[in-house]
Design a protein around this ligand. Structure first.
Ligand SMILES: [Zn+2]
Length: 129
């Protein structure tokens, strides 16, 4: 983080039990990704790169300590800004094959919490951490 973060759209902070810390920044252009710490990657593939980086570093033992929108364009903000998808996302709905999306706050008759929801038939499954 810096005093001048006008160019940052979203920041993810990760920490390793050994004490290493990593910051991943997605710029407001939606493409530029910069890693501070870790292997210091730089990418131009936006959230795809962020997802790959998060997977890489969480696989390496890092925990996501926080993530937050800095200058997230509000207009296309249907996704919960603080939602970081946990591991284990189904690649497709087992019922109909449609894409599955992560919902941070899904409500049903029984419980409320993180869930995978089908964008087609609304099949749903809670993320069990
Ligand atoms: Zn489905």
């Amino acid at each position: 983080m810096s005093d001048h973060d006008d160019h940052i759209q979203h920041t993810w902070n990760l920490a390793h039990p050994d004490g290493d810390e990593i910051t991943i920044d997605l710029w407001i252009d939606g493409y530029t990704v910069r890693v501070d710490g870790g292997d210091g990657e730089a990418s131009e593939t936006g959230r795809k790169a962020v997802e790959e980086l998060l997977e890489k570093y969480t696989t390496a033992g890092y925990q996501i300590t926080s993530s937050y929108a800095v200058n997230d364009p509000a207009s296309r903000d249907e996704v919960e800004p603080d939602a970081v998808e946990p591991d284990g996302k189904p690649s497709a709905c087992p019922e109909c094959g449609s894409p599955v999306e992560y919902v941070a706050n899904h409500c049903s008759d029984f419980r409320e919490g993180e869930a995978w929801l089908c964008t087609g038939c609304r099949w749903g499954q809670y993320v069990t951490a």
